[in-house]
Design a protein around this ligand. Structure first.
Ligand SMILES: [Zn+2]
Length: 318
């Protein structure tokens, strides 16, 4: 009986010791030289030693992943590379401010017609009132509308650039865009300066209905005056250039340029595929496809854009 008692106590003591050892190892309080059957699992220091003040937070949007090749780099690295993927040359979408910075000498330019603003003359409501949609777009983008016009110099050559912003209601062609393009053309006529339009648009602004469609003849009419006056007009189609934009001023440049890989068309590929009930060829509606079919004169990457435009302007001037 005595023997049984001692044996039982010994077993209990051993179990208790093992449990103590394990807890001690978890808390890191056992010296390194002490070994046991659990020695492979040791926490050398107790808890997290980095103070909260030293903790480095990773802000949102610090890294960018290329949608084409999945290469990940910092947004600063991408920006330094003019928003062109360093690995596969995919051209990320940029806005008017970035294009002006790339093209105009020393980032110097003067914005034109900034006071022209959209009005909800139809009292249009879709998922939300058009006026509310406009107010949200002004707040979100800090822009005056889906197009910004500016005048400056490109390698010493005067140029008016009207550039769209896709962030502002999909770069949609509304009455303000039409008016700004018309005024840009008039400004070019008056000062005898070439015009460049950088398109980035999903098409007509549906909330303005027929007023949006009226911008097609209005813009084309004004731009045709440039041709009569012998003033060059350059169209740069970037990703995406669709709908009313393609159906009017984007395709009538003295030189029509496409950005590499840009999608350019009237209706989108899905709509066309469903209409004609046929599979579309590879690369359909890309710049590379369009240049083969005679819609574009050249494809110019963003890094060569400034020098190429400057060369064209010099050639036109001479
Ligand atoms: Zn890439």
């Amino acid at each position: 009986m005595v023997y049984i008692c001692n044996r039982k106590q010994q077993t209990q003591r051993m179990a208790l010791k093992r449990e103590e050892d394990f807890n001690a190892q978890l808390s890191g309080s056992i010296p390194e030289q002490e070994t046991s059957s659990n020695s492979w699992f040791k926490r050398r220091k107790k808890g997290i030693s980095t103070s909260t003040a030293e903790k480095k937070e990773t802000p949102d949007g610090l890294w960018t992943k290329c949608p084409s090749c999945k290469y990940t780099c910092t947004t600063d690295e991408l920006k330094d590379n003019l928003s062109v993927c360093p690995k596969c040359s995919y051209h990320h979408r940029i806005g008017s401010e970035e294009y002006f910075d790339i093209l105009f000498d020393e980032h110097q330019y003067t914005e034109l017609f900034a006071d022209v603003k959209s009005i909800d003359f139809l009292g249009f409501n879709d998922l939300k009132p058009y006026k509310k949609r406009l107010d949200e777009a002004y707040t979100k983008t800090g822009l005056h509308d889906s197009i910004t016009a500016a005048v400056g110099k490109v390698n010493g050559n005067d140029l008016v650039i009207s550039c769209m912003d896709f962030n502002f209601i999909g770069g949609s062609l509304g009455s303000v865009m039409g008016e700004k393009i018309a005024r840009s053309a008039e400004y070019c006529l008056e000062h005898r300066i070439p015009l460049m339009i950088i398109s980035k648009s999903g098409g007509a602004r549906m909330m303005e209905s027929a007023f949006s469609l009226m911008q097609l003849p209005k813009t084309i009419g004004k731009i045709s005056k440039l041709a009569v006056a012998g003033i060059p007009y350059i169209s740069l189609c970037t990703d995406p250039t669709y709908g009313g934009t393609t159906a009017s001023f984007a395709m009538v440049g003295d030189v029509n340029i496409g950005e590499p890989g840009a999608m350019i068309g009237f209706a989108g590929p899905r709509v066309i595929k469903e209409t004609i009930k046929k599979d579309l060829p590879d690369g359909f509606q890309t710049s590379e496809f369009l240049i083969e079919h005679g819609f574009l004169d050249m494809i110019v990457g963003r890094k060569e854009l400034k020098n190429k435009i400057a060369t064209l302007l010099s050639l036109f001037a001479s």
